[in-house]
Design a protein around this ligand. Structure first.
Ligand SMILES: Nc1ncnc2c1ncn2[C@@H]1O[C@H](COP(=O)(O)OP(=O)(O)O)[C@@H](O)[C@H]1O
Ligand SMILES: [Mg+2]
Length: 280
């Protein structure tokens, strides 16, 4: 009998991810699974459904609570709720990296007063839940940082020291506890190197220390498919963020890898193990 599984995307992200959604759907179909695309608003009706219990959920909506509810009903979520929660909050990520003793840029919460900030401008002001570079701004002064956050809850932002090699970053793609690839992204006109903003990408092999640290993070979170992004400062890489709903576009462009297929292989392997042993 055909089984079902769910793929969750925020409505506004569906169009730009059509290709990836189609690829995941086809790969699931090859394994006899009907992968149903839903939005977070639709999720509730599936939490405790007794009939047609979905085999698994791929949650790309950045909403950890949905995954928490699915896992409470015994339905495994990719990624798991803790990874989704951490990977979508830049202040939590900063605390997590620091707590693990990893190099980071000095950062304070956006509601910190100027006299308590121990680093000098320029500041990089980021919304805690932004992605794709869309809510990342440069501020030449504290007054400018305040203007950027004006009219919003300042505790929803972070203010960060600017790194000394802006315009480039390194993404490590980690799938099932293995580094798939490293990709160096550079931009010419912008301090932000996001691929979606026109950054150029090339494959890059980082040194084993960085790889080992990134793998430890993935292992600690029991993450399924994440990106770990690093920026350059003081001649070394420092940890910038964990990307939970990590894309695949850049990897398809610069390598022969098929991350969607590898992701599905991982999901089926792990779902099978969970069916035997339960969610950890
Ligand atoms: N502290 C910083 N100093 C200089 N550039 C930065 C800093 N933080 C981020 N950037 C640049 O801005 C880009 C977007 O910031 P990032 O924190 O990755 O947010 P997003 O989640 O929106 O991608 C990064 O890829 C990097 O190129
Ligand atoms: Mg980023």
């Amino acid at each position: 009998m055909e089984n079902t599984a769910l793929l969750v995307y925020a409505r506004e992200d569906i169009e730009k991810n059509r290709w990836f959604i189609g690829r995941l759907t086809d790969l699931a179909a090859e394994r006899g699974t009907k992968l149903q695309l839903i939005t977070p608003g639709d999720a509730r009706e599936f939490f405790s459904c007794v009939t047609d219990h979905p085999a698994y959920v791929i949650n790309r909506s950045r909403n950890a609570e949905i995954s928490r509810a699915f896992e409470a009903s015994g339905i495994p979520s990719f990624n798991n709720p803790d990874t989704i929660l951490l990977g979508n909050d830049k202040l939590l990520e900063y605390g997590f990296f620091r707590g693990a003793g990893l190099p980071v840029m000095d950062t304070v919460c956006g509601d910190t007063e100027e006299e308590r900030i121990a680093f000098d401008p320029p500041f990089v002001v980021k919304h805690r839940r932004g992605h794709g570079g869309s809510r990342v701004f440069l501020a030449g002064s504290f007054a400018e940082a305040l203007r950027i956050m004006n009219g919003t809850d300042r505790s929803e932002w972070i203010v960060q020291k600017m790194c000394d090699e802006p315009g480039c970053d390194l993404r490590l793609y980690i799938l099932g506890g293995r580094i798939l690839a490293g990709v160096l992204r550079r931009s010419e006109g912008d301090f932000r190197s996001n691929f979606s903003l026109g950054g150029k990408a090339e494959l890059f092999t980082p040194d084993p220390v960085i790889c080992g640290q990134a793998l430890k993070i993935s292992e600690y979170l029991d993450a399924d498919y994440i990106g770990i992004d690093l920026i350059r400062d003081g001649g070394r890489f420092v940890f910038n963020e964990i990307e939970d709903a990590v894309g695949a576009r850049m990897l398809y462009e610069v390598s022969d890898l098929d991350p969607a297929a590898l992701f599905m292989d991982h999901i089926y392997e792990k779902t099978f193990q969970i069916a035997e042993n339960g969610i950890k």
